[in-house]
Design a protein around this ligand. Structure first.
Ligand SMILES: [Mn+2]
Length: 317
């Protein structure tokens, strides 16, 4: 698969890179690492995301090149869709993108059967960043500090700081190689994890007050209502990472964060420890993800949704 992508890159000149809505460190770090690689090969490259870059990722080298208006008029020889299992997750431009040629998908989510022209898929990879490192090696690209910083940030964030089960020998080996190429672990971690706006911490305090337990305290749940965002001045992006906290409680196997998107419309993020598979639960409700991290949406009141979800979990664990 890698040689097909190398060939595609070598034979073409103009590239569009994109990823999913609700951007995370892996999506952005992967996009920007690939951007720097293609630019180093004298290619013309545009990066498009529907969503704005969250504050915490603005330090990533090259982040100012990302555009948020779909470049309608431009044509591209190839499109890279990164960290994104279905085109629908790109957002409102997905239909437009689907009609473009030479779409190359690089992704580590559980496969959905979406058809791409080239599909480089590895559900065992920690992150899309790790897969792009492999691509850089097979292309023979000398990694610059900017590329290394972006790839390191991608891997760091998708492994929860090298803590999750997806952290393998290769992950740590690659992270070491990236440090060798100039990625600074302390500087990157401080930017990602220790640069929080006060509004986020205020929202976290309110969210923790909603903590409740089910199934012999194996399942911990928290809920964020729109009104809590309004009263603290926090943004939806500030909820990233909240769902990890209840999982850190002794005895908790599954942690769930319910976020009210609009009235009677919730996004659920699930995290689990070790062998407990929440991707299976998400799939029941039309969502997806990884064994230890999954998400989906549901309509209804919080109480009804929660009852449904707990019942489903009970049947699965
Ligand atoms: Mn990812």
């Amino acid at each position: 698969m890698l040689h097909k992508i190398c060939d595609m890159i070598n034979r073409h000149r103009t590239f569009l890179i994109t990823s999913h809505v609700r951007l995370d460190g892996d999506a952005l770090g992967s996009e920007l690492a690939l951007y720097h690689m293609l630019v180093a090969m004298q290619k013309e490259v545009a990066v498009y995301n529907e969503d704005k870059t969250p504050d915490r990722y603005r330090f990533l080298p090259g982040s100012s090149v990302i555009v948020h208006e779909f470049p309608e008029a431009a044509t591209y020889d190839c499109v890279f869709v990164l960290d994104c299992s279905t085109l629908a997750r790109i957002g409102s431009a997905s239909a437009r993108l689907a009609s473009m040629k030479n779409i190359i998908n690089i992704d580590h989510h559980i496969e959905t059967g979406e058809s791409y022209d080239i599909n480089f898929h590895d559900a065992k990879a920690s992150s899309t960043g790790e897969m792009l490192y492999r691509l850089s090696q097979s292309m023979g690209i000398a990694l610059s500090q900017d590329m290394a910083t972006n790839l390191y940030a991608a891997i760091l964030t998708d492994t929860g700081g090298f803590c999750y089960g997806n952290t393998g020998k290769d992950t740590l080996f690659i992270a070491g190689c990236l440090v060798d190429k100039g990625a600074d672990p302390q500087w990157i971690s401080e930017n990602v994890y220790e640069n929080e706006p006060l509004a986020k911490i205020r929202l976290l305090a309110k969210t923790l007050e909603t903590l409740s337990f089910d199934l012999d305290e194996k399942v911990a749940s928290m809920v964020i209502y729109q009104q809590m965002l309004d009263s603290t001045g926090a943004l939806a992006e500030h909820t990233e990472g909240f769902v990890d906290l209840p999982r850190s409680i002794r005895g908790v196997q599954i942690s769930i964060l319910y976020i009210e998107l609009s009235e009677n419309n919730f996004k659920l993020s699930l995290r689990s420890k070790a062998k407990v598979n929440v991707e299976k639960i998400a799939r029941v409700f039309g969502g997806g993800g990884h064994p230890n991290a999954a998400a989906f949406r549901m309509e209804g009141s919080f109480d009804n949704i929660k009852q449904d979800v707990i019942k489903t979990i009970k049947a699965h664990i």
